[in-house]
Write a protein of this length. Structure first.
Length: 266
C-alpha cells in the first residue's frame, strides 16, 4: 500500500508539473500551525517569500480557544530556495502551569517553474509532564496554482513519514485548497482554506489531533498584503475551525506579519 501511494503521488507530480503555468501565485503565502508556509496542517510547495523578494522573515502566532493553547512561530525564507522555521506550542496543564513543545522545520524548494514542489521536514521536541521525547517528519509536497471556474485557486498535496520515539511510525498524507473568494470584489484579499490530513501540526497537538480519524480544518484567511498600500509587507489573519468532525474541535485565530529583507534589483 505504501509503494502504491508513493507511485500515485509521483505520477500526480509529473502530471501537474506539465500543466500550463499561471501568471501569478494564487495562494496566500502564510504560516501553518507549526510555522512552515502552508495551509493549517498541510504544508505547501511554496516558501514564505518568493520572486523579487529573495529574502524575507515572518513572525506570528495562533491561539486555539477550546484547547487553550497558543503557538508562537517564526520563519526565514532565503533566495527562492530554502525556508527555515520554528514554533513554540504552549499548552496548559491541570496544575495551572504550561507545557512547552518546540518544533524546528526546514523546507527546500526544487527548481520547478510550473508547479511549486518542495521537500522538507521538522523535528519536534516534546515535553509531557516532565517526560521528554522527540518526533520527526519528512515530506514532499506539490502546489499547483490554477482557477476554480474564474476564481484563483491553489491545490497542495503532501506525502511523508512521521517517526515518533516510543510509538509506531506513520505514513502521512494531506491535501488542501486555497481559494480566493469573489476576486472581482475583494481581489486576492479573502481566501477560503480547507485541508485534510492524517497528521497534525505535531504528534502532541491540542485542538488539531489527527490520531483517530485524521483532521479536517477549514476557515478564512485574509491576506491584507494584497491591498496596494500594504503590498511591501505581509499581514495575514486566520480564523479557522480545526478538527471539525471530532468532539475536540476548536476555533483558532492567528496573525502573521512579515517583511522582505532585501529585494532583487534590475
Amino acid at each position: 500500500m505504501k509503494k502504491l501511494s508513493g507511485f500515485l503521488f509521483l505520477f500526480l507530480i509529473l502530471f501537474i508539473g506539465n500543466l500550463p503555468a499561471q501568471e501569478k501565485e494564487s495562494s496566500a503565502l502564510s504560516m501553518s500551525l507549526n510555522g512552515t508556509t502552508g495551509l493549517y496542517t498541510v504544508p505547501s510547495g511554496n516558501l514564505g517569500w518568493e520572486g523579487k523578494n529573495k529574502v524575507g522573515i515572518d513572525a506570528g502566532g495562533s491561539y486555539n480557544f477550546f484547547s487553550n493553547n497558543g503557538i508562537a512561530k517564526i520563519g526565514l525564507s532565503l533566495f527562492n530556495w530554502v525556508e527555515l522555521s520554528g514554533a513554540l506550542d504552549i499548552q496548559p496543564r491541570e496544575d495551572d502551569t504550561n507545557n512547552i513543545d518546540g518544533i524546528i522545520g526546514a523546507k527546500v524548494r526544487l527548481p520547478t517553474k510550473r508547479t511549486a514542489i518542495s521537500v522538507g521536514g521538522n523535528l519536534q521536541l516534546l515535553n509531557h509532564r516532565e517526560q521528554f521525547s522527540s518526533a520527526g517528519q519528512i515530506y514532499t509536497v506539490a502546489t499547483y496554482s490554477g482557477e476554480f471556474f474564474t476564481w484563483p485557486a491553489a491545490t497542495s498535496l503532501a506525502i511523508g513519514y512521521t517517526i515518533h520515539e516510543g510509538n509506531k511510525d506513520n505514513l502521512d498524507f494531506g491535501m488542501g485548497f486555497d481559494l480566493a473568494l469573489f476576486p472581482s470584489v475583494f481581489g486576492r484579499i479573502v481566501h477560503w482554506i480547507i485541508d485534510f490530513s492524517n497528521f497534525s501540526y505535531s504528534v502532541q497537538a491540542l485542538g488539531d489531533d489527527a490520531w483517530y480519524r485524521g483532521c479536517l480544518n477549514t476557515g478564512l484567511r485574509l491576506d491584507l498584503g494584497a491591498i496596494p498600500a500594504l503590498s511591501k509587507f505581509k499581514l495575514v489573519f486566520d480564523l479557522a475551525l480545526l478538527d471539525i468532525f471530532d468532539h475536540e474541535r476548536t476555533v483558532s485565530m492567528g496573525l502573521v506579519v512579515g517583511v522582505p529583507i532585501n529585494k532583487k534589483t534590475k
